[in-house]
Design a protein around this ligand. Structure first.
Ligand SMILES: [Zn+2]
Ligand SMILES: [Zn+2]
Length: 312
């Protein structure tokens, strides 16, 4: 039985949309402790005891940008929303970079994200800040707390298209190896440059610890504050908001109300005046022949969803 037949036969069975067992809870706790919590003390240690060298700063910037592109353009705009179609080499590179980001296996990330769009800001949304007794608790849950213990969306229900794609699966299944590479690579680069054993530690601290903390904080920011405060350009049935001031550090994702209004659009900014580096990269890949089928709504459709001055 080939992979597609196997997936199709499982897909034809009755499936529950969410799943959870104690084995998953264990993996989840380790993932939370090592990939979400550990970077916090490592970041403090880096700032207090190990001032960065120029190479440390470059390692941080390069690893931060690459893993951010992996999560934003790979896990989000491609895997979750299919807003463009990359060629095999770009597709597998994006999945590998998203793995190195340590935000969960990209296919699982996409399953969570599709559920977020299905139940945005309502019961069932895995990380809404709007279902809590205070805004403070809501922000804590959406940015951090939800990752500690939660049910998993069943990939057979949420991402059957991704499970059928063997090119994605071939990279996604090595999630933990990619994370190990993301930890080791900056340490080895710093060691090679300084020729001192301490370089292994500072490379790891700045290239993995600080980088992981900044990336997780960026994603946590989008999950929390982009669903609480800011402006609303489009009518949506949720509390998604736009923050133009975070557009550079989020590669355009902080136009989050635009995104919830047009989730399939590769251009989250929607307007030329809205800086959207993620879309700039997708257009560049399209121009280079690495991406096709780039989804963007017509200006007429965009205008038809806009909130009029009287409504806002
Ligand atoms: Zn959202
Ligand atoms: Zn989305």
């Amino acid at each position: 039985m080939d992979n597609n037949t196997k997936v199709d036969s499982v897909l034809s069975e009755e499936k529950s949309p969410m799943m959870f067992d104690e084995r998953m809870a264990k993996t989840q706790m380790w993932h939370f402790l090592i990939l979400t919590c550990l970077p916090i003390p490592l970041t403090v240690a880096a700032f207090v005891w190990f001032p960065p060298t120029l190479t440390n700063i470059l390692e941080f910037l390069v690893m931060w940008f690459l893993t951010l592109v992996g999560v934003i353009c790979g896990s989000h705009r491609y895997l979750s929303h299919r807003s463009f179609e990359p060629v095999k080499s770009l597709k597998q590179s994006l999945v590998a970079l998203a793995c190195m980001g340590g935000q969960g296996p990209p296919v699982v990330w996409a399953a969570f994200h599709r559920r977020h769009h299905q139940f945005t800001d309502k019961d069932g949304d895995p990380h809404t800040p709007n279902q809590h007794n205070s805004k403070y608790n809501g922000v804590f849950h959406a940015a951090f707390g939800w990752m500690k213990r939660h049910e998993y969306p069943n990939p057979m229900v949420y991402v059957p298209d991704l499970l059928r794609d063997e090119e994605i699966g071939a990279v996604n299944k090595h999630y933990y190896k990619w994370i190990a590479l993301a930890m080791i690579l900056p340490a080895l680069v710093e060691f090679a440059v300084t020729q001192k054993p301490i370089g292994l530690l500072t490379g790891f601290l700045w290239g993995w610890g600080v980088r992981s903390f900044v990336l997780s904080s960026t994603i946590g920011y989008i999950n929390s504050l982009n669903h609480l405060i800011g402006t609303k350009t489009f009518q949506t049935r949720d509390n998604s908001r736009n923050h133009w001031w975070m557009t550079i550090i989020t590669l355009g994702e902080s136009f989050h109300n635009n995104h919830h209004a047009f989730p399939r659009s590769a251009h989250v900014g929607l307007y030329a005046r809205n800086l959207d580096i993620g879309y700039g990269l997708i257009k560049l890949w399209q121009w280079m022949g690495l991406a096709s089928n780039v989804q963007v709504p017509t200006p007429q459709r965009v205008e038809s969803r806009k909130i009029s001055k009287e409504e806002s």
